[in-house]
Design a protein around this ligand. Structure first.
Ligand code: G4P
Length: 529
């Protein structure tokens, strides 16, 4: 196959959701459809249990498993699907945000009982920043959920995206029987089977068919009314609007019962984007460009303390990656080649000789990579779009073993390079602040510092509301701001200046007092907030 055919064959996406909405269950059903696993249950262990905030052995064990399952490749109807896993725990949301930079589209899972939840809104904000096409799956229709029409309204209101239902639930809760496919105008009534793909499908080609009344009783009349209303209210799905991230097709179903999933997967195969061009500091690099390029969006530490190597996850963006060929590490200006690059097929890792745009490969790293690094075939451009977001919790690092200061410094620096948390350093003196989106990371850092670096520290909570990167063309105002606020201005990992605002009020007053300074809540300034 030539490069264009390889690109056409691939779809790279992530499933995202508020914890517990059913992401893991849906992932599993996709793998079943793709033939990558035979029975459900295989992916489940990848989840860090929500209650186990202090059970580090569990975390460590699961981190090990998640290397293999971080990317799940499988074939479905002649397409090569790369499903990138995102952590279920909300404290690892930053990891999810970064993973979203490496996909071409997402499937957003909503729990029909709970509707749009906080984490869902945040994830959608990230998708909107880069106009990522979104398909919505409304899950758990076997439970007494909200009315489907009000769920659609809530999606539009809270997520700021237009929606178009593609399937419709037949009954809800105890009376849920399956879904009507608004696109093909047919009904598939599935037999519920939680562990396998049921072959037992009753198909009805026409909604008016009286067979429907026999099968679903009273629900048939309600379905016909709903469908009439939908056809009257919602426009046909415009593929272009979907690809621009302006409209989201919506599917209803029940992941655990295998209802409504195949409809979604089949349409996903048809409309989800193939690997797209990506922005760099010299413009868009198209996947069809002959020369290889890619970027690192995730780094995973080796769990074995005797082997300090790590795995860098690289998304191939253009050309062909080849094993043992020298490529150019742009930030370091260094030639590197990889003897053991791996791909990830569902449950196991395997050595690969080549990879194409849309693929994610694992590169063994002895400390050359930072998140956001670009690899090329000699070019000197850098991929954009792997921003840091403002953390929500800030703490100062307090060294509790002065004899191990060096180890602590190295540990903190390496762990933050891996993206476990963000590091902010005072411009004068030695103060270091760690910023995260959840408390769990502080425990993870402490544990890993002790076990991997033999260093120990405690954390002193800081009352900061947000980290703001700032820019201004008014040099005088900028200099005055930096001088007067020096106690609150720190450096991030790339030596950018960051203002730590104590409260929302302080931030507002500062914005009023310094009208020529722009404050940004992500490190990527073009995405103004
Ligand atoms: P997550 O990855 O988004 O966090 O969610 P996950 O798939 O783990 O699902 C969360 C819970 O919701 C699980 O129950 C799962 O079985 C259940 N679930 C998923 N899809 C459906 C559905 O369509 N209907 C219903 N009623 N439940 C669903 P759990 O009790 O946490 O785990 P388990 O003991 O069932 O494995």
């Amino acid at each position: 196959m030539n490069l264009i055919e390889e690109i056409e064959k691939r779809k790279t996406f992530a499933i995202i959701s508020h914890p517990d909405a059913g992401k893991t269950t849906l992932t599993e059903k996709f793998l079943l459809f793709g033939g990558a696993i035979q029975t459900a249950g295989a992916v489940k262990n990848n989840k860090i249990k929500k209650t186990a905030t202090s059970d580090f052995m569990e975390i460590e064990k699961q981190r090990g498993i998640s290397v293999a399952t971080s990317v799940m490749g499988f074939e479905y109807k002649n397409k090569l699907i790369n499903l990138l896993d995102t952590p279920g725990h909300k404290d690892f949301a930053e990891d999810t945000y970064r993973t979203l930079t490496a996909v071409d589209s997402v499937i957003l899972v909503i729990d029909c009982v709970k509707g749009v939840e906080t984490q869902t809104e945040k994830l959608m904000e990230v998708c909107r920043m880069r106009n990522t096409p979104v398909i919505v799956f409304i899950n758990k229709c076997d439970l007494e959920g909200q009315d489907p029409f009000s769920l659609l309204d809530e999606l539009e209101e809270k997520l700021g995206i237009q929606v178009r239902p593609m399937t419709w639930p037949i009954g809800i809760g105890a009376t849920f029987k399956g879904v009507y496919n608004l696109n093909h105008k047919n009904v598939n009534l599935f037999q519920s089977d939680k562990t396998k793909i049921s072959k037992n499908i009753i198909s009805i080609s026409n909604i008016e068919d009286t067979k429907l009344d026999e099968l679903v009783g009273n629900e048939a009349g309600r379905l016909r009314e709903d469908v009439e209303l939908i056809e009257g209210v919602y426009d046909e799905l415009s593929e272009e609007a979907y690809l621009n991230g302006d409209i989201a097709p919506v599917y209803f179903g029940s992941a655990v019962n295998n209802f409504g999933i195949q409809e979604m997967l089949d349409q996903f195969i048809g409309i989800a984007p193939k690997p797209k061009g990506r922005e760099t500091d010299i413009g868009i690099i198209e996947p069809t460009r002959e020369k290889f390029s890619g970027f690192v969006f995730k780094i995973h530490a080796n769990l074995d303390p005797n082997h300090r190597d790590r795995i860098a996850f690289l998304r191939v963006c253009s050309g062909k990656f080849e094993r043992n060929k020298f490529f150019h590490h742009v930030r370091l200006g260094k030639k590197l080649r990889f003897a053991n690059p791996t791909s990830f097929m569902a449950k196991n890792k395997s050595l690969i000789d080549e990879a194409f745009p849309g693929d994610v490969i694992g590169l063994y790293d002895t400390g050359n990579f930072k998140i956001g690094d670009t690899m090329t075939e000699g070019d000197n451009f850098t991929f954009k779009g792997i921003p840091s977001f403002s953390p929500e919790i800030f703490k100062e690092v307090v060294n509790t073993d002065p004899l191990k200061s060096k180890q602590l410094e190295k540990g903190i620096s390496q762990l933050t390079e891996e993206g476990v948390a963000q590091l902010f350093s005072a411009r004068m003196g030695n103060k270091k602040y760690i910023g995260t989106v959840g408390e769990l990371q502080f425990e993870v850092i402490q544990y890993r510092l002790k076990h991997e670096y033999n260093a120990s520290c405690t954390f002193h909570p800081m009352n900061f509301y947000k980290a703001c990167w700032f820019t201004s063309s008014n040099k005088e105002m900028l200099a005055e701001f930096i001088r007067l606020k020096s106690n609150y201005i720190v450096h991030d990992k790339d030596e950018n200046l960051v203002f730590l605002a104590q409260t929302q009020g302080v931030l507002r007053i500062t914005q009023d007092n310094y009208p020529d300074i722009s404050f940004h809540f992500t490190s990527e300034f073009k995405n103004k907030n």
